[in-house]
Design a protein around this ligand. Structure first.
Ligand code: F6P
Length: 360
């Protein structure tokens, strides 16, 4: 059997650990594995777009962030923006050319490591006849159909550490420190890191916040002898009735969220008189080595993906349903979203401690 593997969307700690697991499991079965560089782009770049994987190449990568295959999170194959000499952008469908390249390689199937965008692309390639298996990756943890995506725990651990470090400086200066986390439209990262980092207020996309509620909580802290606070804001959080704050909107791409943290810090200062500072953890959350939890999850995901391929179980997403590693169909995976539900236990726990979630 000849397996292809690629990594798509934003990078996440654990991608290399999955590549290692797939390669080693495949080689043990006598299969060949070829990596496609930069998502699907490498399919159109001849031999330079491919990386023939073997034991030597995957040695020592279990704890490396990023991906040895490279990744892209813009220009998906079905709507690829081609820039003309006149500066005009034409959206082109490259998928048929990529299917031809896939067939020319004589591959039996593709193991695609990615988030929701990659899942949608894989499902469309499957319709065109490409056998695919998806391994769910994202620091946002916003994929339904699996209990956890790899990358989330590493990002959450890093963010928790950063939030913890803000307490002493917030207290020393009597300030409100506002920290903006990633997560897109899901609040998992902010909620879990905020709770674990003992933040005083946590604003997530699933709960629109109210400026009065947020500011009243901070003033109450000051009035009761705690004149400082750490506020965690998910990049997708927004006040009720307002739009999400967006950094940029490119063609054929989701808007890039960002900027809500600075706005929150500014408004708190105006409304409460607190001195505030804001910071954005940004791509630091995606860098660095995977945590042991993410390494283990990645290895198990990779091994299961090869088991599925060996059994001819294509068109599926590997799914962690503790204590079992299993799989669901791509359609099932696509049908599920994974936002923080209103009755989530972490939300209830935050409320029990008096952590302000900004909602009325
Ligand atoms: O999906 C992962 C993620 O890091 C999101 O949390 C964030 O909104 C987005 O990617 C940032 O994308 P980019 O790398 O294009 O800035």
């Amino acid at each position: 059997m000849h397996l292809l593997i690629n990594t798509g969307g934003g990078d996440a700690p654990g991608l290399n650990a999955v590549i290692r697991a797939v390669t080693l499991s495949a080689i043990r079965r006598g299969f060949r594995v070829t990596g496609i560089r930069r998502g699907y782009s490498g399919l159109l770049e001849g031999e330079s777009g491919l990386l023939r994987l073997n034991r030597d190449i995957v040695r020592g990568i279990i704890d490396r962030g990023g991906t040895i295959l490279g990744t892209v999170n813009r220009g998906q194959p079905f709507e690829y923006p081609v820039h003309g000499a006149d500066g005009a952008v034409t959206v082109t469908d490259l998928s048929d050319r990529m299917m031809d390249a896939f067939r020319a390689l004589g591959a039996d199937g593709l193991i695609a490591l990615g988030g929701d965008g990659s899942l949608r692309i894989a499902a469309r390639f499957r319709e065109k006849g490409m056998p695919v298996i998806v391994v769910p990756k994202t620091i946002d943890n916003d994929l339904g159909g699996t209990e956890a995506t790899f990358g989330f725990d590493s990002a959450m651990s890093f963010a928790t550490d950063a939030i913890t470090r803000l307490h002493s400086t917030a207290e020393a200066h009597g300030r409100v420190m506002v920290v903006e986390l990633m997560g897109r439209y899901a609040g998992w990262l902010a909620l879990h890191a905020g709770l674990a980092g003992a933040a005083h207020a946590i604003l997530i996309p699933e709960l629109d916040f109210d400026w009065d509620v947020l500011c009243a909580a901070l003033v109450h802290r000051r009035d009761t002898g705690r004149p400082f606070a750490v506020v965690v804001v998910a990049e997708g959080a927004k006040p009720g009735g307002a739009a999400r704050v967006v950094v940029r909107q490119e063609t054929s791409k989701e808007p890039t969220l960002g900027g809500i943290g600075a706005l929150v810090a500014e408004r708190i200062a105006e409304r409460t008189g607190f001195e505030t500072r804001s910071l954005v953890l940004g791509h630091l959350q995606r860098g660095g080595p995977p945590t042991p939890t993410d390494r283990l999850l990645s290895l198990r995901y990779g091994a299961e993906a090869v088991r599925l391929a060996a059994a001819g179980q294509w068109g599926r997403m590997v799914s962690w349903q503790p204590p079992r590693m299993t799989s669901i169909t791509l359609d099932e995976a696509l049908a599920k979203t994974h936002a923080v539900p209103a009755d989530d236990d972490a939300i209830a726990t935050a409320r029990d401690f008096g952590v302000c979630l900004g909602d009325a």
